[in-house]
Design a protein around this ligand. Structure first.
Ligand SMILES: [Zn+2]
Length: 258
């Protein structure tokens, strides 16, 4: 199987500055990448994975895609050297309107504002084989916007990134993993070929499920995420009629918080 892994920060910031548990220490990230390398897992680009799914090819055994949401500067400082060591690359979903700025959309936790990559640093990642995708202009919860605002965030981020990076941006990820069929349709109409969510809602090419790699994950938990051991449960919860009914009872817990 191909697992899509979602990261945010690779950093040693203290727990107090990381209330959402988004930051993985460089040491832990190195251990995870070393595990994948030693066990002969293959690192694919997002488009390679989508190509296999779209064409109904027999999935590559033991394969994964690394993705980073938001585009934090510590990717280039801490994660890039580790990935280069193992010959891995990743997709970075950049909040295009916050380039060279900080994650100031986290209004409730200003202490955790973190620097976002510059365009020059993003170009360095591209030169190292990374894919750059969009994560909107301002990191809004897209389902709460009216259609015009949502189109501006989605299409506007693509245009801004293409102007500054000189290449086509064709993959997208939803802030907070939050989308619905209307938002997914706007993303498709804006020229993106696929989009990543989290493990919520029906799986599709505009809601590719990803598993989040979190600060406190043990290597055993990481192993279970890479190998999709959680998937039968998520499929039941998100895609069966009984699962959807049961989900309504615990709706509050299921709202993705980040
Ligand atoms: Zn995000």
């Amino acid at each position: 199987m191909i697992s899509l892994l979602m990261y945010h920060q690779v950093s040693n910031i203290p727990e107090a500055s990381d209330p959402l548990g988004l930051a993985i220490s460089p040491k832990k990230f190195d251990q995870q990448m070393a595990f994948l390398y030693k066990a002969n897992y293959k690192c694919l680009t997002l488009n390679e994975a989508v190509f296999q799914w779209r064409n109904g090819l027999k999935n590559q055994n033991k394969a994964f895609v690394l993705t980073f949401d938001d585009g934090y500067q510590d990717i280039i400082i801490n994660a890039l050297p580790i990935m280069k060591k193992y010959g891995f690359s990743a997709t970075i979903f950049l909040v295009a309107g916050k380039v060279s700025n900080s994650s100031d959309w986290r209004k409730s936790t200003p202490a955790s504002f973190t620097k976002i990559l510059t365009w020059e640093e993003t170009q360095i990642l591209i030169k190292n084989g990374f894919t750059i995708g969009s994560h909107t202009l301002n990191h809004p919860r897209l389902t709460l916007l009216d259609e015009q605002q949502a189109r501006a965030e989605i299409r506007g981020s693509k245009e801004l990134m293409e102007d500054n990076l000189g290449q086509t941006i064709d993959v997208f990820s939803y802030p907070y993993g939050d989308s619905n069929p209307q938002i997914q349709k706007i993303v498709a109409e804006s020229g993106f070929s696929s989009a990543c969510g989290v493990d919520r809602g029906k799986w599709g090419f505009y809601n590719l499920w990803r598993v989040e790699c979190a600060r406190k994950d043990s290597l055993l938990k990481f192993f279970s995420k890479v190998n999709g051991l959680y998937l039968p449960f998520y499929r039941f919860r998100e895609e069966s009629s009984l699962g959807v009914k049961l989900r309504a009872f615990s709706r509050r817990r299921l709202i993705y918080k980040k």
